[in-house]
Design a binder for this molecule. Structure first.
Ligand code: HEC
Length: 150
């Protein structure tokens, strides 16, 4: 017969291990302020959404030939300005700068916002989803934040 103490150890050791693991994540994040944690979570969620909604046409590696132009440094970039990318006339001649507001309008209804674009309609209307994707796009932008205005 298995001694009683062993039985309880078998039950409790995994429970304690799980509890320690559950505490480890908040402890690791303890150095960050709530705002920083929220920003990190938003950026990660935005990246996951970007992978699902945008990545198939927008590769990270500029050498990788993708259907759409690379979006690194997109926030604050002049529309249609990625070197050597074959833009539609509409985008090239638009004269706009990709501010957060313009990017939101683009995600919501790109072909309504800019008739004649060759990017297929994406239609992301949820403001929170837009915010998350925007947080990710800001995170892959190295331009000074002061140059980025709504
Ligand atoms: C089906 C392919 C496809 C998908 C999916 C897609 N795009 Fe695009 N995207 C394009 C193409 C093609 C262009 C170039 C459009 C043009 O020249 O009119 C473009 C252009 C852009 C531009 C303008 C870039 C510049 O240099 O001016 C932005 C910003 C952009 N896409 C963001 C997104 C975001 C954000 C998503 C996901 C929510 C997304 N795209 C999903 C194909 C796609």
């Amino acid at each position: 017969m298995v001694p009683k103490t062993l039985v309880s150890a078998r039950v409790f050791v995994p429970v304690i291990a799980a509890a320690v693991l559950a505490c480890a994540a908040p402890l690791a994040a303890a150095d960050l302020s709530d705002t920083e944690i929220f920003q990190k979570v938003k950026t990660e969620a935005g990246q996951a959404l970007f992978e699902a909604e945008c990545r198939r046409c927008h590769a990270t590696d500029p050498i990788d030939v993708s259907y759409g132009p690379p979006l690194e440094d997109i926030v604050g970039r002049a529309a249609g300005s990625y070197p050597d990318y074959d833009y539609s006339m509409a985008l090239e001649a638009s004269g706009i700068v990709w501010t957060p507001a313009a990017l939101r309008a683009w995600m919501e209804d790109n072909d309504g916002f800019m008739p004649g674009t060759k990017m297929r309609h994406v239609g992301i209307e949820d403001r929170t989803v837009q915010d998350f994707i925007l947080a990710y796009l800001v995170s892959i932008t190295t331009r000074d934040g002061s140059e980025i205005s709504e």
